[in-house]
Design a protein around this ligand. Structure first.
Ligand SMILES: Cc1ncc(COP(=O)(O)O)c(C=O)c1O
Length: 382
């Protein structure tokens, strides 16, 4: 019988039950509300599919980076609260209000521009004020915070729904810097309280923060990498019970025996040392699989090197140690096979980057397959 993957040469297999499990683990661990951070196409796992899963698992918020992502979620029928964590042009305020999307404000100019738009149309826009307690990125400095939060709180066009901050070193379990950031945020919260302001949503932690800094969990945690079952960093591995959700797979599409001394792939940086059996697998840098020396793959559960340069759409596999390999066999670039595995962290370490960059760079042309999932079809309520 055909399976869904018989129709693809290269695909991502995504386990939405793993994502559901991971969201429930975060809820158990933190005992707070969860914002599922689904920006960047759900960290490559599929924006809408992950958001549906998150909603079904009890996430109260979905966090995105751009208003386009938020609107895609609304069009797909996502009803939970949605917040844009990054910049939104003031011209998009009417769309944000119409779709019940909360926006981030982080400068007086931006807040004023939002307020003018909202006033002009007679709207009330939900905003979260972002504070730079030490991240060195977006946000009001805490000392300008109280006056500004007061202004936001009192403005008829704006509803100050939340205040938040973001940590620079939450993945370092005992970071003085994170403690200082939390202290600065605490002072701000107290000063606001003294001015009679307590927005409904106070939030600070990403995944690593949620795990390492319980005192900063507040009203919710914004969990991205953990809901995908990936470690926030080497120093901050996920606790027990989280499951990776994604595997990158392809099929062997050619097998040939080359004589000794034959060049392989562009530039012939590899020459066969003897007669060698070499396969072709349709994965390339246009899929997000980098041209990096020392790549490898799994076939029949064996780890085999990728030879020569990775091309745009193809890579070559050493098959001398896999005589049983046949055209059509499944090849694993990320994932496990017969007890052997290549993790996102392995690939990130080989490529000299972090797992966040590897996973969010998996190309959109690679089909995402959701075996056995109801959420992927949008009928999770049936
Ligand atoms: C403001 C903000 N909050 C939360 C997150 C989620 O972070 P993580 O994936 O480490 O949980 C991000 C991700 O970059 C972010 O920018």
């Amino acid at each position: 019988m055909d399976t869904e993957t018989d129709f693809y040469s290269t695909w991502l297999e995504i386990d939405l039950d793993a994502i559901k499990n991971n969201i429930q683990r975060i809820q158990e661990l933190t005992q707070t509300a969860v914002m599922a951070v689904v920006k960047a196409n759900g960290y490559g796992h599929g924006l809408v599919e992950v958001a549906r899963t998150a909603q079904a698992a009890g996430a109260i918020w979905c966090g995105v980076s751009r208003i386009e992502e938020a609107k895609t979620l609304r069009q797909a029928g996502i009803t939970c609260r949605i917040m844009v964590l990054g910049y939104t042009p003031p011209k998009r305020v009417p769309e944000a209000v119409a779709e019940n999307i909360s926006l981030t404000v982080y400068t007086p100019e931006l807040a004023t521009a939002y307020a003018l738009e909202a006033e002009h149309y007679g709207f009330r826009l939900h905003v979260h004020a972002k504070f730079d307690t030490g991240m060195g990125r977006l946000g009001f400095f805490p000392d300008e915070g109280v006056a500004f939060a007061k202004w936001l709180h009192e403005h008829p066009g704006l509803e100050l729904e939340g205040i938040f901050t973001h940590f620079a070193k939450a993945d370092e379990p005992d970071s003085d810097e994170t403690d200082k950031q939390i202290d600065r945020f605490e002072i701000l919260i107290q000063e606001l309280a003294a001015a009679g302001i307590r927005p409904p949503w106070i939030h600070a932690c990403n995944s690593a923060g949620a795990i390492n800094y319980p005192r900063a969990r507040y009203d919710m945690v914004r969990a991205g990498i953990a809901i995908y079952g990936l470690n926030p960093s080497e120093q901050s591995p996920l606790p027990e019970g989280f499951l990776p959700a994604l595997a990158l797979k392809a099929r062997l599409i050619s097998i040939k025996d080359y004589p000794a001394g034959h060049g392989i792939s562009y530039g012939h940086i590899y020459h066969t040392k003897k007669q060698e059996r070499i396969g072709v697998v349709p994965i390339g840098y246009a899929d997000g699989f980098r041209r990096h020396p020392g790549n490898y793959a799994l076939i029949h559960g064996k780890k085999v090197p990728i030879l020569g340069k990775v091309c745009m759409d193809q890579s070559m596999l050493a098959l001398d140690d896999v005589p049983e390999a046949r055209i059509g066999d499944e090849v694993i670039l990320i994932g496990s096979q017969n007890g052997n595995q290549i993790t996102m962290d392995d690939l990130a370490a080989d490529w000299g980057t972090c797992n966040y960059e590897v996973v969010t760079n998996l190309a959109t042309r690679v089909p995402r397959i959701y075996p056995g999932s109801k959420e992927a079809q949008g009928n999770e309520n049936e």
